[in-house]
Design a protein around this ligand. Structure first.
Ligand code: NDP
Ligand code: OXD
Length: 309
């Protein structure tokens, strides 16, 4: 019984070392080295090469090293009987919450405008807004969205939350389902997308949705590039309906330098690094699942394949 690590971002050794530090007796391989494929029971992956998972005849668990699993469903060759798990981790949630708070405060206190003015030697004070006067709407109240919403409440914002099923988080004004989306959007000065990417949520951040936001709303997409219709965002920024956007995720990553987002004065970009799985924190849950697998016990953080998240 063994684990294979599959990822293409140069971080295989970091994960391998963290796994071996936690359990020196573990049999763990990089997919790039010679390894006995029939021994592999678990694949710990992040954005694997398409088709690579189908080459393990005895695979029982595909463990996403991140919270999102959309990239696994995109690979039609993934064996359908294999369980998929994902990361649920307190640091992943608190790092996201801090990132969203930073993005909102930077806009409220005009840091984005001042950075632009600084490049133009322009001294021009601009009125700032107060936390207590602002409503933030969070789309997706899962592991990340719920903590982000509650932290924003603690910071003094008025917070609305929207999810598929009914929700009740202390201090968060609840909305759910398609029927309540319009009234949810109407109140959002800031809109934060923390939805998983599924067929239902693909392209959800589009012209129809943006025009239901109040004039001057600011959009933060920290979920997946596939949620956003890029041209609709550009249109709504350029016609002045939206005041700006903070983006961490894109249709193509790294975003090609020819993409209009790079030079857009109203867009603040970060390179898909809002919140990253911390190996020290995540390795224990991978090892618990690996042990559960070997003992035929139930796995933790299993993805619902019907729902796609
Ligand atoms: P969860 O699966 O815990 O939560 C998903 C939430 O979205 C749930 O509240 C769910 O509703 C809601 N939802 C799903 N589909 C719909 C729908 N069709 N309409 C309305 N609400 C819907 O996800 P996480 O919080 O763990 O992560 C969210 C996403 O964040 C990940 O999928 C990933 O793409 C992204 N991410 C980005 C990172 C970054 O660095 N930029 C880092 C980590 C994650 P319900 O509760 O009713 O099921
Ligand atoms: C994740 C991510 O899904 O980093 O964990 O985007």
């Amino acid at each position: 019984m063994a684990i294979v690590l599959i990822r293409q971002d140069g971080k295989i050794d970091v994960w391998k070392n963290a796994l071996l530090k936690a359990d020196p007796n573990l049999k763990v391989y990089s997919y790039l080295e010679e390894h006995p494929k029939e021994e592999i029971k678990m694949a710990l992956i992040w954005k694997h090469p398409e088709g690579s998972l189908a080459t393990y005849p005895n695979l029982q668990c595909i463990a996403s090293a991140g919270a999102g699993v959309d990239y696994i469903f995109e690979d039609a060759s993934v064996p359908s009987q294999v369980a998929i798990t994902r990361v649920v981790d307190p640091y992943l949630a608190s790092d996201m919450s801090e990132h969203v708070l930073a993005a909102i405060l930077a806009e409220l206190k005009n840091f984005n405008t001042y950075k632009l003015q600084q490049t133009q030697d322009d001294w021009k004070p601009k009125d700032y807004r107060r936390i207590g006067d602002v409503t933030v709407g969070i789309m997706g109240l899962g592991e990340l969205g719920a903590l982000t919403a509650m932290d924003l409440v603690k910071a003094g914002f008025t917070v609305q939350g929207w999810s598929r099923s009914e929700n009740s988080l202390e201090g968060v004004i609840p909305f759910s389902g398609d029927t309540e989306l319009k009234v949810f959007l109407k109140g959002c000065d800031f809109l934060v997308c923390l939805l998983p990417l599924t067929p239902e949520t693909t392209g959800i951040l589009n012209r129809g949705l943006f025009t239901k936001l109040p004039q001057g709303a600011y959009v933060i997409n920290v979920a997946r590039g596939g949620h956003l219709v890029d041209d609709d965002l550009l249109e709504q920024l350029d016609n002045g309906h939206l005041s700006g956007a903070c983006l961490d995720v894109y249709h193509q990553e790294p975003l090609p330098t020819s993409h209009p987002f790079w030079k857009h004065p109203k867009i603040f970009m970060t390179p898909h690094y809002a919140s990253v799985s911390d190996t020290n924190s995540v390795v224990p849950q991978i090892l618990i699942n690996y042990k559960n697998l070997s003992e035929g016990k139930e796995l933790m953080n299993v993805v619902d394949k019907e729902k796609g998240y």
